[in-house]
Design a protein around this ligand. Structure first.
Ligand SMILES: [Zn+2]
Length: 347
């Protein structure tokens, strides 16, 4: 950015440049945001820095008037999220920024840096959740649209295409005409529900209550023909049960899942981690050649729809402990003990 542009921002107290740079005044040893209403200094005494830290490293102190209330990004993000969720539609960036008292640029940067997604993506994601839920409850599409805060149907079709990968109608039909076979068995970790299409396993859930597992399956695949079957799934079910009993090696079973390219990449990588070994999110991100994607890796693990088949339990936090597990942390603990046990049959 040209010095002249920065200087113009300073003399006009332009808040759009807050967060873009700060200016420091040699004669006072203080640095300010461009929007600071304090007396305009002589330009020859001004130095520019990109960040507060850089100005402080150069020996300047924060101005009490404009920087005294240090920006607490966590608070700002929380406040912005609450505001976005409370709106009827998707709010304008400028409206959210104004709500938290920042310039749009500054706000966008704080939000994206802190959360890993833009305010717009957050907003879309939230609406996606609401919309999906309403459709699953059986609301009609236009009602669900309205409730989720979409003002026009063209907007929702664009959105549906981008995020759900099918039209709202197809989603509401929940994969109609698809046949899904499932089987419920008791295993070393409690009850296990395994469901599969003709192409592969589409759901493996662990729990204590048979009915709760059935209900979950019905919600997820609410338009499909769900066929309880022992025959179709016997082989896959049996190898998983044997593996959990420590009597067979971990089986690489085929899966049939809707996933983003990134999720698939993470999930396939998890299947290369040998039983008995554990890694952390950063290890996986590094292995994928995307060292900055540790958080996205964590999300991909947390959204794994097929317990065991994709061994997300082999990823544990750097800080120690076994970390969270979609099917209860105690189960993860048990699984890791099983895989690390010497008595386990290795093949
Ligand atoms: Zn100031």
């Amino acid at each position: 950015m040209k010095t002249e542009t920065k200087w113009q921002a300073v003399i006009s107290n332009d808040a759009h440049y807050d967060g873009v740079f700060v200016y420091a005044i040699k004669t006072t040893g203080i640095y300010c945001k461009p929007s600071c209403k304090s007396r305009t200094p002589n330009h020859v005494n001004v130095e520019y820095y990109k960040t507060n830290e850089q100005a402080e490293t150069a020996g300047y102190r924060a101005c009490k008037r404009c920087l005294a209330r240090q920006v607490n990004s966590q608070e700002i993000i929380k406040k912005a999220c609450a505001f976005i969720v409370a709106q009827d539609g998707i709010p304008k960036l400028s409206a959210v920024a104004a709500h938290v008292g920042l310039s749009p640029n500054h706000f966008q940067k704080i939000f994206s840096d802190g959360l890993g997604i833009s305010p717009r993506s957050f907003s879309d994601n939230h609406r996606q959740q609401v919309f999906k839920k309403l459709l699953q409850q059986g609301d009609d599409i236009s009602g669900a649209l309205y409730e989720a805060g979409f003002s026009s149907s063209s907007r929702v079709y664009e959105f549906a295409h981008r995020y759900i990968g099918m039209t709202p109608k197809a989603y509401q039909q929940g994969g109609k005409n698809h046949q899904i076979w499932y089987s419920l068995v008791s295993c070393a970790l409690g009850m296990m529900l395994i469901a599969a299409t003709e192409k592969g396993i589409c759901s493996v859930q662990l729990g204590d209550d048979e009915n709760a597992l059935r209900i979950k399956l019905a919600q997820e695949f609410h338009g499909a023909d769900l066929i309880e079957s022992d025959k179709q799934l016997t082989k896959w079910t049996q190898v998983l049960v044997d593996y959990l009993a420590g009597q067979a090696a971990w089986p690489m079973l085929p899966y049939d899942l809707k996933a983003t390219a990134f999720q698939r990449k993470v999930w396939d990588h998890l299947r290369t981690i040998p039983a008995g070994q554990t890694y952390n999110y950063s290890d996986v991100a590094n292995a994928l050649g995307q060292p900055k994607a540790a958080r996205a890796v964590a999300r991909a693990c947390a959204t794994n729809p097929v317990a065991l088949v994709i061994p997300c339990h082999r990823i544990i936090p750097k800080s120690g402990g076994v970390g969270g597990y979609r099917w209860a942390a105690e189960r993860k603990q048990k699984l890791l003990e099983l895989e690390q046990s010497e008595e386990r049959v290795l093949k």
